[in-house]
Write a protein of this length. Structure first.
Length: 159
């Protein structure tokens, strides 16, 4: 039995006004717009996320990418295989652990990755039309607070 407060109730549930639905719709809307913008580069939003994580040095292995991007390992491997076949990245054996492969962007991958921030920024600027800087800051604060609950969600026993 959960000891967490019952913040959400389904007694008067309206799917179109639920937090989960609204978050999902907003993410889908932005992802679709980014997909459309990245299509001219021949990549998808999911691949763009991999480019960004590698370019920023946030992740360097397939396992780290899968964990950070909430993707299963098999799907991540298939995506990395496609990106490697296109010449965007390479797998390099780790010097400390030969079972582990580090991912590195190729010169072509680095050039492509440099184009992504401007594309993402343009999509976000259009998507957040009408939002003040204060509203965007508050939204980011709330989303960080939600993401901080990741460990709780991963260990919570749901009914």
């Amino acid at each position: 039995m959960s000891t967490l407060p019952a913040t959400f109730s389904f007694d008067t549930f309206d799917v179109e006004d639920s937090v989960g639905y609204l978050l999902s719709r907003a993410k889908t809307m932005l992802s679709k717009s980014i997909d459309d913008s990245l299509s001219k580069l021949g990549i998808t939003h999911a691949q763009g996320s991999v480019f960004m994580m590698l370019a920023l040095g946030k992740c360097s292995t397939a396992a780290e990418l899968a964990r950070d991007l909430f993707t299963d390992a098999a799907a991540m491997k298939r995506m990395l295989d496609r990106m490697e076949a296109k010449g965007f990245l390479t797998r390099v054996a780790d010097s400390h652990d030969r079972r582990l492969f580090k991912l590195e962007l190729t010169a072509t991958g680095k050039v492509l990755a440099q184009q992504l921030p401007a594309i993402y920024a343009e999509v976000l600027c259009v998507g957040f039309t009408g939002f003040s800087n204060e509203e965007i800051g508050f939204l980011k604060s709330l989303l960080r607070k939600l993401l901080a609950n990741r460990a709780i969600l991963e260990t919570h026993q749901f009914n």
